[in-house]
Design a binder for this molecule. Structure first.
Ligand SMILES: [Ca+2]
Length: 463
């Protein structure tokens, strides 16, 4: 009864008639290396962040570098303009530009108080500044003329402006500032450039008879230098994230190197991350390699080789779909077009271990996740509240490039499958596959090649 052809038929029946099981990073047929598939969520224009509203309507916000934030319903539909800062921020829409609206964070109680924070580069009298401001949504409207100025940090040129904002597990706002184009500022404790800052935005203070819309946490005071400084010695932290799954509230950054090494840092209070004395693990100022303060040694650094050259910090994976990535820090490099990096802290300590995570051949992916990204640049990462990770990718660094995309990482299929235009059609195709396969098995029990033809060419596979 059960000939050797039964099993291919059974496989066919399972693969064609059962919706593909989402798996962890299992190597499917013809998958020889760990890979991820990409599901298109939104078409964007130089978007740098996706944020989710915690509570309320559960809106999704997409922040574009030119100074626009859109809101979407949780299903990524119903697009609305949420915030327009284009008249405030400095951004050249005709040239590749590092400036603009670079960071945004929602207050932990945003759904109740409507408060959000932005980091943007602005120009006054030919001088560039990083502005950290508080805005408030009232009755579904944000009046930018009522923004509260938290910080203004003068930049030396239009490069290395940092810009990440995030709330730590401690409830404080962390601000990630680049060296603003001046190497030496990162080691200068009287400058806010090249630093990770930490402030309490829930307590206002009065300084020189002027209200300051934040206070400095008591615990910052043993760091030294300006009170806002939490850690120092950064060149251009791009991008940084909180590992919401860690009990210690770990914060990771990618810090861009100059010409030798890119690095990933685990940010510790009061630590010196080296720049501009060190770049990655390398000493780049041979006359004085010694650092003041405890050294923040990169948890991972890599040389400029194989086309690498600009680290893009990511997130620790805490989702459900890609279980083999759980607890791994996933990041990229602007110039690495075919894979992402993941690093993992070994059990018991020691050097973090790296693995590459390739983009799957779309033919190995479920039908809803067959986006190809050959040659695209990854600009940034984002993470939803379920811990799943998204890429913000562009085909060109030029602001006028079209078809930038927000893509969700999803696992490859165990099997190949036919992708059709409609799920209804897919259903009937699958049913037809099952009937044909069973019929053929009954009629040609001894002729497995017939089944092979069915399996490989007609309905069941789509190689
Ligand atoms: Ca460093």
């Amino acid at each position: 009864m059960f000939s050797k052809t039964f099993f291919p038929v059974l496989i066919c029946a399972v693969t064609c008639c059962v919706t593909l099981a989402e798996s962890s990073l299992v190597l499917g047929p013809n998958v020889t290396q760990p890979c991820v598939c990409l599901e298109h969520k939104l078409t964007t224009k130089k978007a740098l962040m996706m944020l989710e509203e915690n509570g309320g309507a559960g809106r999704i916000f997409l922040m574009e570098q030119r100074g626009i934030v859109y809101s979407f319903s949780p299903d990524f539909r119903n697009k609305k303009l949420f915030l327009n800062m284009t008249s405030l921020v400095e951004y050249d829409a005709n040239n590749v530009d590092e400036r603009g609206l670079l960071g945004m964070a929602l207050h932990p109680r945003f759904s109740e108080n409507g408060k959000l924070y932005t980091y943007s580069i602005r120009r006054f009298n030919h001088v560039l500044y990083a502005f950290v401001t508080e805005l408030q949504e009232v009755s579904k409207h944000i009046d930018t003329s009522k923004e509260k100025l938290l910080m203004v940090i003068e930049q030396h040129n239009d490069r290395r402006n940092g810009g990440q904002l995030l709330f730590g597990k401690d409830g404080y706002l962390y601000i990630f500032v680049g060296d603003g184009g001046q190497d030496s500022s990162a080691q200068n404790m009287t400058s806010l450039l090249g630093k990770v800052l930490r402030i309490d935005i829930n307590k206002h203070t009065v300084v020189n008879n002027q209200i300051r819309y934040y206070s400095i946490p008591e615990e910052n005071h043993d760091v030294g230098g300006l009170g806002e400084i939490y850690a120092w010695g950064f060149r251009n932290p791009w991008r940084c994230s909180l590992d919401s799954g860690s009990s210690t509230g770990d914060i990771f950054c990618g810090d861009l190197g100059e010409g030798k090494q890119e690095e990933i840092d685990l940010i510790l209070k009061g630590h010196n991350y080296g720049w501009s004395v060190k770049e990655g693990h390398l000493c780049v100022n041979q006359s004085s390699c010694n650092l003041t303060g405890p050294e923040g040694v990169p948890i991972f650094a890599y040389n400029h080789s194989e086309g690498h050259g600009a680290v893009i910090g990511g997130h620790v994976y805490r989702g459900q779909a890609l279980r083999n990535l759980t607890g791994r820090y996933l990041f990229g490099d602007l110039f690495t077009k075919t894979y992402l990096h993941t690093i993992k802290r070994p059990v018991g300590g020691g050097q973090w271990e790296e693995d590459r995570l390739y983009y799957c051949d779309p033919g190995l992916c479920p039908c809803h996740a067959r986006e190809a990204v050959g040659g695209d640049y990854v600009l940034s990462f984002s993470q939803d509240r379920q811990g799943e990770i998204y890429l913000l990718m562009t085909k060109s660094l030029h602001p006028r490039s079209t078809d930038d995309r927000l893509l969700k990482l999803v696992p490859p299929s165990h099997v190949h499958t036919v992708c059709t235009a409609s799920s209804l059609y897919s259903y009937w195709t699958s049913l037809a596959c099952l009937i044909i396969a069973i019929t053929v098995n009954a009629l040609f029990m001894e002729h497995s090649f017939v089944n092979d033809i069915i399996l490989n060419t007609i309905v069941c596979r789509s190689k």
